[in-house]
Design a protein around this ligand. Structure first.
Ligand code: BDR
Ligand code: CA
Length: 310
């Protein structure tokens, strides 16, 4: 089977970092470039963290571009209480030596999409600022994108407010631009990622692999998500962003149904809420593949299988 070309837009972040590790060890995917946005921590940290992970995975050849330093209209809020002050607490990786590419992430995204010989897939693991600005700047991108797979939103709950999830809440206006663009899209929300918990058994399995990537992943996961675990009484931190990459590698692990996704941008009470209606309900919005469930054991098997590769 031919390897799928993808672009990854991310805000590393512990779970973004593990998503990058999974992508970079999976022959089903060819990562063409990484664009970075402000989110879990400010842009100067997310871009350096993306490069740290590339170096850890011995992929310092990969182009990494810094995109937008803040959301479209709102001030940046971060999630250092979940990922630590550095964004990768526990990893203890040295400052990266590979250069940051000089081009702006939005321009790089546009150029990469337009230069791809076939429509390309975009994995978004952070606030949607870069993709929204790219779509505004170059609307013809739509014809060159095979699919956008988004980690974001909540179908029944939020993790910043009772109804809003972090990636969408940080830049709800950008999310709205993306969901209204008419692109083929898959949405992986908190309702799915909270099915993928790093239980103590899964953490030990990962640690026992003994490769540099598995060691760093396990060290970060030992710190990460303590607030999430306490808030929802979870058995371990949810692996949000790796779900997007796992979906691209092994879609059979997931079950989805079509729906329309509207993003609330006005109400102070429900700002950033993703409101999903069924395809039979009238909507001017394009249909989205809304993932409802995942085989979590299968996903962890895939992750361990790939992070066992030195
Ligand atoms: C999302 O928010 C970030 O903190 C994580 O990296 C993930 O992308 C989960 O709500
Ligand atoms: Ca993220």
């Amino acid at each position: 089977m031919a390897s799928k070309s993808i672009l990854i837009d991310c805000d590393p972040g512990v779970d973004d970092a593990i998503a990058l590790m999974l992508a970079l060890r999976s022959p089903e995917l060819t990562v063409e470039a990484i664009t970075v946005v402000a989110g879990n921590v400010p842009l100067d940290l997310t871009q350096a963290n993306a490069r740290r992970i590339c170096e850890l995975m011995q992929r310092s050849d990969l182009p990494v571009y810094a995109g937008c330093p803040r959301p479209m209209l709102r001030p940046l809020i971060t999630a250092a209480h979940v990922h630590g002050k550095t964004g990768l607490d526990g990893a203890n990786l040295p400052a990266p030596e590979m250069p940051l590419c000089p081009q702006h992430g939005v321009n790089a995204l546009i150029q990469q999409v337009l230069a791809a010989p076939e429509p390309i897939t975009i994995a978004t693991l952070g606030p949607l600022t870069n993709l929204a600005i790219a779509l505004i700047q170059a609307p013809r991108l739509i014809d060159h994108i095979a699919e956008v797979v988004v980690m974001g939103g909540g179908l029944t709950f939020g993790n910043v407010t009772p109804v809003a999830e972090f990636n969408i809440y940080v830049d709800p206006h950008a999310a709205r631009v993306v969901f209204e663009a008419g692109l083929p899209m898959t949405l992986i929300s908190l309702d799915v990622t909270h099915q993928v918990l790093t239980t103590p058994d899964r953490l030990s399995a990962l640690r026992s692999l003994g490769t540099p990537a598995s060691q760093v992943a396990a060290a970060m996961l030992a710190h990460y998500g303590k607030t999430d675990c306490a808030t929802w009484n979870l058995l371990g931190p949810p692996l949000h962003d790796p779900c997007v990459i796992a979906y691209l590698i092994a879609p059979d692990l997931f079950h989805g149904e079509p729906g329309h996704v509207a993003v609330e941008t006005d109400s102070p009470l429900t700002l950033g809420q993703t409101v999903v209606s069924s395809p039979s309900q009238d909507s001017p919005l394009p249909p989205v593949n809304v993932i409802k469930s995942v085989d979590a054991d299968g996903l962890y098997r895939l992750l361990c299988d790939r992070l066992a590769i030195a």
